[in-house]
Design a protein around this ligand. Structure first.
Ligand SMILES: [Zn+2]
Length: 292
């Protein structure tokens, strides 16, 4: 038997007759919530057929990481069940995690990129299922702030999550990667030891999330992006970038699930301090970049 025409496609166009009353109800909902017809139909079908919506799954909290809780709690093999797209770090702060198209990459402190096996553990990660799409063309981005300013209009709220993917040729990319750090050494101190990597004229992908500010004790608020080059030879936590002709895909995610560790260290850690200031210092460049 020949394969059906939709086999292998990630999205399938659907057309079917609707009653006037149903169509009117759909339009009323669109107007009330500003959601697209596609969005409502997809969600309604997923509910009816009990297919899971995209969920953002997070391991531990940024606050715990800031306090030096680097012990790997969740296996990559387990994390894989929650999505094919995301970021994080590895057991003992052994490099940056970049998850793209279902492959888990580990960008080590020396800048080398390896595939991470299922038996490796993570102390902190954010992961979701990313729908395949074309994306929208961005204008020239002189720097990271310019890129973020072009991403902002692609978000329709300040209060939910967005998974962000940007593909193309970058004029310049600056990344960093953390090195293995003993448990208990604060993230700010660990980040001060980080190495930065510069690449020019490199094709690759930015992978990450925009997260609402009201959740700043458990995650990095605003944009948090990691980079992976197309040749899979460089990557890491993004500090700066510039480029023209990039394409962006931004998807809203409103289901958020956090898996909190049950280790003795986590259970007894003092996580009452607001980590925002330390995160700001740890996630930004350690010195000023010359130019862009
Ligand atoms: Zn990062």
């Amino acid at each position: 038997m020949a394969s059906p025409a939709w086999k292998g496609l990630s999205t399938v166009p659907l057309s079917c007759p609707l009653s006037a009353a149903l169509w009117q109800a759909l339009l009323t909902r669109c107007e009330a919530t500003s959601e697209s017809v596609e969005h409502i139909v997809r969600n309604a079908l997923a509910d009816y057929l009990q297919v899971e919506h995209a969920t953002l799954f997070q391991v531990s909290t940024a606050g715990a990481l800031v306090e030096g809780l680097y012990h790997g709690e969740v296996l990559i093999g387990e994390l894989r069940e929650h999505g094919d797209f995301g970021l994080g770090t590895f057991d003992g702060l052994d490099g940056e995690m970049v998850v793209l198209d279902g492959v888990f990459y580990q960008v080590r402190g020396d800048g080398t990129v390896h595939e991470a096996g299922d038996a490796v553990r993570t102390p902190y990660a954010m992961i979701t299922r990313f729908p395949t799409g074309e994306g929208v063309a961005l204008g020239d981005c002189a720097d990271l702030a310019g890129l973020q300013a072009q991403l902002d209009p692609l978000r329709d709220s300040q209060n939910v999550f967005y998974a962000v993917r940007i593909d193309g040729e970058f004029r310049s990319v600056v990344t960093r990667s953390v090195r293995p750090t003993p448990e208990g050494v604060p993230l700010v101190a660990a980040a001060a030891q980080q190495r930065e990597f510069h690449r020019n004229d490199v094709r690759g992908t930015l992978i990450g999330f925009w997260s609402p500010g009201y959740l700043q004790t458990i995650l990095v608020p605003g944009y948090h992006l990691h980079f992976l080059s197309e040749d899979r030879r460089s990557g890491g936590h993004l500090l700066a970038c510039a480029g023209g002709g990039l394409r962006a895909q931004v998807h809203r995610v409103a289901d958020f699930r956090v898996s909190l560790p049950e280790s003795a260290t986590f259970l007894h850690a003092d996580l009452t301090r607001n980590p925002a200031e330390d995160l700001e210092r740890a996630e930004k460049p350690t010195r000023k970049e010359s130019g862009s």
